[in-house]
Design a protein around this ligand. Structure first.
Ligand SMILES: *Cc1c(COP(=O)(O)O)cnc(C)c1O
Length: 392
């Protein structure tokens, strides 16, 4: 049988991260001692009061359809979060609850982009953005950056890439995969260009709370009413509350865009899981004190891994003040990222994600959402691997 696969689906790149991950899991299952730096999720458990709220909702029979854009209580809690944390006023009708931050991103792109449209994405990028743009029939326009500029795009670069077909600029600070956080004035300058040119910004702020060394997250929407009107914020509970498996994300948008997204969601997924949404309310309105301990632990690992990576021959790494990733440059080893990661896994049983998956082939992504003991063991093996490659 010759199955017909749609052009949309066939145009997607298969996920390299999944291939490496599958191999690492298989090796682990065979009893091999694999160190995983591939995780894109916190290694902490969801705080107990959040689990309790969802369990109670389930026990009480809160198991039916909810409004497609989420329960009013959660949309209100999200609106209050934006007021409290970002000084932004959104009506609950401007807030859509989705099945994960990833789903929020996809909804935004689908609601604003179509054939002939262009979407500007700085590289290294979160690997799903370009694929989502292609699924919408639009064209990703990639702006390369390097570790020399801490992986930041400049307003000049952005301005030069804008054409009459540009619909969206995707901003992700703090960033996955680099951990880079833009300074407030840098965010404002990028926002200024978009306002001037009439380009919408999709600002993915899911790592907002995971910042270190006194770094401050500022939303691009907060600089002026014009910035607010040009911005859609996507966010979620996965990273700050360790709720990756719950599939809960949210976005805040100008009213007409929120309406369009509500229509899309009502015909695709309908509502996010009812009792998970009750957990979401507990997360946003309950105690936030888990975070200080998590941040202290992440930051300790980050500084250790950053120093250790820079002591490995052939490897250099800029420090990062956000998320839970480092993005070391491995070009000094003479290998490109896919071969580097494949051989590192094969020879030393260390799993890392090749930078090519994020549009940057001279780098690999190291997640420090794993124990200090694993980080020490994994980086020691990586050093042995690199010394072997370089003969020193
Ligand atoms: C993890 C992540 C998301 C959303 O994850 P969900 O699990 O779908 O909530 C969105 N953007 C970036 C950059 C991420 O790393």
């Amino acid at each position: 049988m010759n199955y017909h696969i749609s052009q949309r689906a066939a145009s997607l790149s298969p996920s390299l991260t999944l291939a490496i991950d599958a191999k690492a899991k298989q090796m682990k299952a065979e009893g091999q001692d694999v160190v995983g730096f591939g995780a894109g999720e916190p290694d902490f458990d969801t705080p107990q009061h959040i689990k309790d709220a969802a369990a109670e909702a389930l026990a009480k029979g809160f198991t039916k359809y909810t409004p497609s854009s989420g329960i009013p209580e959660l949309r209100q809690a999200v609106a209050e979060k934006f007021k409290r944390d970002n000084g932004l006023s959104y009506k609950p009708s401007q807030v859509i609850i989705s099945c994960g931050g990833k789903h929020s991103c996809y909804n935004v792109i689908l609601a604003t982009c179509q054939e002939g449209d262009e979407v500007i994405i700085p590289a290294p990028y979160w690997l799903s953005y370009p694929e989502m743009v292609k699924l919408a029939g639009a064209t990703p326009v990639i702006l390369p950056t390097s570790d020399k500029t801490e992986f930041k795009v400049t307003p000049e670069q952005l301005r030069a890439a804008i054409t009459p077909r540009t619909r969206l600029f995707i901003l992700n600070s703090p960033s996955n995969p680099t951990g880079t956080i833009y300074e407030p004035e840098e965010i404002k300058a990028l926002g200024d260009v978009c306002v001037e040119k009439g380009v919408l910004i999709m600002s993915d702020e899911i790592y907002e709370k995971l910042v270190y060394d006194g770094a401050r997250h500022v939303s691009v929407a907060s600089f002026s009413p014009a910035h607010y009107e040009h911005t859609i914020i996507v966010h979620g509970l996965a990273k700050a509350y360790s709720m990756t498996g719950w599939r809960l994300g949210y976005l805040a948008a100008p009213e007409p865009i929120a309406k369009a997204i509500d229509a899309i969601q009502s015909h695709s997924t309908s509502n996010p899981t009812s009792f998970a949404q009750k957990g979401g309310v507990a997360a946003l309105t309950g105690p936030q004190d888990h975070l200080a301990a998590w941040l202290a632990e992440y930051s300790k690992r980050r500084l250790y891994a950053w120093r250790r990576l820079n002591s490995i021959p052939g490897v250099s790494c800029v420090n990062a003040r956000g998320a839970f990733y480092l993005f070391p440059n491995i070009s000094g080893t003479g290998l490109k990222s896919t071969e580097f990661c494949a051989r590192l896994l094969e020879q030393e049983k260390v799993a890392a994600v090749p930078g090519i998956a994020f549009g940057a082939d001279d780098y690999i992504r190291i997640s420090y959402a794993t124990s200090m003991a694993n980080i020490e063991k994994g980086l020691e093996r990586m050093e042995r691997f690199c010394r072997g490659l370089l003969g020193r």
